[in-house]
Design a binder for this molecule. Structure first.
Ligand code: 3AM
Length: 177
């Protein structure tokens, strides 16, 4: 985190085996996409912060260390969603577990305390599968059904490269077992 400012967000991350399973299911269930999200980039955003300063990062970390009391929890991605405005196809969890709700709330408080302004909008838990998806694709042959345990909170930096965007984990906070 040497640069003065960078674009960051907090997210949950499926374990590698689930990332690969979602990737394989996506290949089978849909025709190819113009702009698929790489399996390595799969995540469930909890809070998007945008550009923050190093001082704000320190303050966020301190707040989280002092207040994070979440235990590892399971989550099931089981339905397909499409947003026509950002043209994104995603899978979501019909049931947002309480620990995930608590995390979103905690991160909003952490941002407020750290002087990071965040948009107030309803939280929709989702893992984006593809962007620039012009139409809502036909229903998949096989419905999504991916369950995994969430064992940590990650702060990612969003980096634009010649090969597209890449998300680099900056800090991880493990949940209690
Ligand atoms: O969680 P996904 O991958 O759907 O679209 C961006 C991506 O969403 C979103 O944050 C995630 C990580 O980059 N994002 C980008 N700019 C945003 C903004 N200004 C934003 N979300 C909310 N407000």
């Amino acid at each position: 985190f040497r640069r003065i400012r960078c674009v960051v967000f907090f997210a949950l991350t499926p374990p590698p085996s689930i990332k690969l399973a979602i990737d394989a299911w996506r290949d089978k269930a849909f025709p190819s996409f113009t702009s698929p999200v790489k399996a390595n980039n799969f995540h469930i955003t909890l809070a998007f912060l945008g550009q923050i300063t190093e001082a704000q990062l320190d303050s966020l970390s301190q707040y989280i260390e002092g207040h994070l009391k979440i235990k590892s929890f399971p989550l099931t991605l089981d339905y397909l969603g499409y947003w026509s405005k950002p043209k994104a196809l995603w899978i979501g969890n019909a049931v947002v577990p309480q620990p995930q709700r608590d995390l979103v709330e905690l991160l909003h408080k952490a941002a407020l305390q750290s002087g990071v302004s965040m948009q107030k909008r309803d939280y929709i838990s989702h893992l984006t599968l593809a962007r620039k998806c012009l139409d809502n694709p036909p229903a998949p042959l096989i419905e999504p059904d991916f369950t995994f345990k969430n064992t940590e909170l990650t702060l990612y930096e969003s980096i634009s490269t010649d090969h597209g965007v890449m998300y680099r984990p900056l800090i991880e906070w493990p949940f209690a077992p």
